[in-house]
Design a protein around this ligand. Sequence first.
Ligand code: ATP
Length: 672
Amino acid sequence: MEHGSLNTAARHPPAGDSHSTSGKQNRMDDAPACDFHKLFDRSPAGIYVVQAERIRYANPVLGQLLVRDCAALADASLLSFIHPADRPDVEQQRRQQLQKSASCRLRARIVRGDGSFKAVELMEALVDDDALTGQPDGPVLVGVMMDGTDHHQADLKIQERLNFERLLADLSAGFVNLPCEQIASRIDTSLKLLVEFLGNDRSTFVEFGSDEDQVQISHSYAVPGCPPFPIGPFAVAKLPWFINEFRSGNSVFMRNIPEDLPDSAIEERERCLREGIQSNVTVPLRAGGELLGGLTFAFIRKRCDWSREVLSRLSLIGEVFAHALLRRRNEYLLRKTMEENLRLRQQLEQDNLYLREQVVLKHSHGRIIGQSDAITQVLADIERVATTDAPVLLSGETGTGKELLAQTIHELSLRKGRPMIVVNCASLPATLIESELFGRAAGAYTGAVSAQTGRFELADGSTLFLDEIGEFPLELQAKLLRVLQDGRFERLGTAQTISVDVRIIAATNRDLEAATRDNLFRPDLYHRLNVFPIQVPPLRERRDDIPLLTWAFVEALGKRMGKSIKCIPRKAMQQLQDYDWPGNIRELSNAVERAMILADGDTLHIEPPAGSHSGPTANKTLKQVEREQILHVLEETGWRIRGKGGAAERLDIKPTTLEARMARQGIQRPGR
Ligand SMILES: Nc1ncnc2c1ncn2[C@@H]1O[C@H](COP(=O)(O)OP(=O)(O)OP(=O)(O)O)[C@@H](O)[C@H]1O
């Protein structure tokens, strides 16, 4: 090689090296003239001297490293042998380091004469001393080049590891505190990142569910030009061997497909051939000790060049995803449970409370409350018969609403302009009934000082309601029949016949037909009254109406008492519906009234009478107990003393005895 003008300088380094301060032993002034050129030629490291960007000296080892003839290096640019990608870095590093000190240390790849690249290490010193270089052409760069392959490999590994760890940290950070609705889209972007980093062609999430026969493909990303795996359920039968490996929690590492596939993997072999899959790596998705699925890395355009070691790293990535999936699953589960709880609680609350709006407002028919089939049928009958003048016989237990129904018939009739006249045949002593009904002349009988207009006369043009007709005295029944037939009768004590136009509605809680058989009631009268019979059902046969009725009474009483009740506990309402209500609607109305008196909030705590009357009697006197019992039964029977189902019969005493006890206790029927 032609050594440049620096050769002399190299052979005879000048005296007074300003950098050498350590003493004479390092200086070669006194040594016999030394051919540094020859010495450097023997150096095991590549040595070069560069001035003005041009190589002025290069030893043989430098030529070997660059795989170039030494002669060809003369005057060449050293930088031109540096890998183009590394050049900017080399220049920048050199500049920065030489600003701080006289020497620098660099790593780079060189482009060799045979076209290959090689990692080298460069150590250089800038000598800016004309006396030293013997040249006025500016500073000189003296450098040593050594093989840096080992360092480079190690660097690459470290860099790769660092990059992986950064990726892992980024992926993990992306899922922290992420709302669970966003987990799916974050998995998608993370998969893309992952594929770009790892250099495979497609990555897919396979999740296990409760169905043994299928798995769920939940996410898939493929590089442009490769199809992603279709999202949705995927039958295990399509890739049985593969999915079985997943399910066992095994990793799959197939660098060469189909060679690496076992013979049993028939479907897998076919599918890989069809889709052109050359390699496939799969790691399990495990979190919280649970196997959730697998994450696959497919290679389509080229074979995988990963070593098996990569599996442990991929498993770490799998774990990051698996934790996100598990969190999403648990959160959805939790939400579902909470929603279910809320739904159940609301249902329970609704079940427990009868809300006034739901019950009362929707289902009332004027004053008659009820929507059961039984009462609906009665109402239909009433509507049909109301506008006729036909007599109506209402039969039913005490308190079932016979009088209310009679009133309704009257109000629906053409006679509604005049008030309905009511006669309770059971509450009037037999001796008074005749004059009450038919009237009397003055002096008609002892004590009858003045004339009296009978109820028939009062009811002329209107309706006469004969309540408890079963108690009507037998001896007067013929007279009653006559009025019913031709509207004529005579006042007591006169022979003058009076004609009236009266519509009769009768009510009874007795079996009138049976009474005719027992000769207690005239059959002809019975048939006359029974033109349009209506059977009024007892409350126990229309339990569905109990909530409606209860709320109707709560409403009416609430207005009167200034109380606003909003709910009734379900259990209480159920008890009301379970109770048999021998006193029927009247008894229910009384039970509501009692509860309303005690109510002090917006919830009505109500019990059926059986509960309220079974309270302890230990502290009460016999008189008190008797009084309460008489009152209770009178309330239930609507203050009817006589007859079947009357208070006397219920208390198993004679009506006269009951009347006597009522008088003794000072019990009087409240004004109607
Ligand atoms: N369907 C109903 N809707 C609302 N309130 C009703 C209904 N039926 C009856 N009631 C009420 O129940 C109480 C008893 O009714 P009512 O006096 O009409 O019964 P009754 O069968 O004539 O009784 P009794 O045979 O003892 O005379 C009354 O306060 C009445 O307003």
